[in-house]
Design a protein around this ligand. Structure first.
Ligand SMILES: O=C(CO)COP(=O)(O)O
Length: 250
């Protein structure tokens, strides 16, 4: 079983389109011959086209950070899956903890979005992870099991071939506190076993599980060398091209 690692940059609500283009140009220059990992850049919606143009024909893929589950409709301010696929987007981050926390996204909504991603052949990067108080009360396993169970409701092993899961402990996001490689690997094992129970062993073995939360060039090697960690979802350290390039090329 070999899972090609995925290193995804989540730019969150940073960078104007002009800044996004210049960052994408720098990444292309240094990473276009990088074959060990898959790389995906997830800019804000308004920069998707410019980043797609800049990276067109290269080994660097482009993802969105969110989407609505409907194909179209009266949903002011929303972006639909066909809008993303029509311009060449291939990945979509779903259920990020910031969307759950600030925009009230529920596991049920994440499940609807996941189905929409599969229908439109977008590869979803489903984010799960526990809060600090949940970890302190030994609830990590329970939280991860619930998030995965609900997100994967009515998902078939066939659908799941393009699924990626990102384990992002909320207490490690943007805080400088990283899960130790052992803590992350333990959570990844739990996630993989839950996916095996919920779908099947083959889907679980093929599933890429990324770690996210204060991944930087200095701590990336110890995390990414864990056999259970199949890549990273990088926030802050992906904003500066030099640091992201260094992180990818560890
Ligand atoms: O939320 C994250 C990626 O989706 C992680 O963010 P940081 O790398 O800034 O901690």
């Amino acid at each position: 079983m070999s899972r090609k690692p995925l290193i995804a940059a989540n730019w969150k609500m940073y960078k104007t389109p002009a800044e996004a283009r210049s960052c994408a140009e720098a990444l292309l220059k240094s990473l276009q011959d990088h074959t060990r990992d898959e790389i995906a850049i997830c800019p804000p919606f308004v920069s998707l086209s410019i980043v797609l143009d800049t990276l067109s024909g290269s080994n660097l893929a482009v993802g969105a950070q969110n989407m609505h589950f409907a194909d179209e409709g009266a949903y002011t301010g929303e972006i639909s899956p066909p809008m993303l696929t029509s311009i060449g987007v291939t990945y979509v981050i779903l259920g990020h903890s910031e969307r759950r926390q600030y925009f009230n996204e529920t596991d049920e909504l994440v499940n609807q979005k996941l189905h929409a991603a599969f229908r439109h052949k977008l590869s979803p990067i489903l984010c799960v992870g526990e809060k600090l108080e949940e970890r302190e009360h030994n609830l990590t396993e329970e939280v991860l099991m619930r998030q995965i169970e609900l997100a994967l409701r009515n998902v078939s092993p066939n659908d799941a071939s393009s699924l990626v899961i990102a384990y992002e402990p909320i207490w490690a996001i943007g805080t400088g506190k990283t899960a130790t490689p052992e803590m992350a690997a333990e959570a990844h094992l739990l996630i993989r076993s839950q996916v095996a129970r919920r779908l099947d062993r083959k889907s679980a073995d093929n599933l890429r599980i990324l770690y996210g939360g204060s991944v930087r060039p200095d701590n990336a090697p110890s995390l990414l060398n864990q056999p259970e960690i199949d890549g990273a979802l990088v926030g802050g350290a992906s904003l500066n091209p030099e640091s992201f390039i260094k992180l990818v090329r560890y």
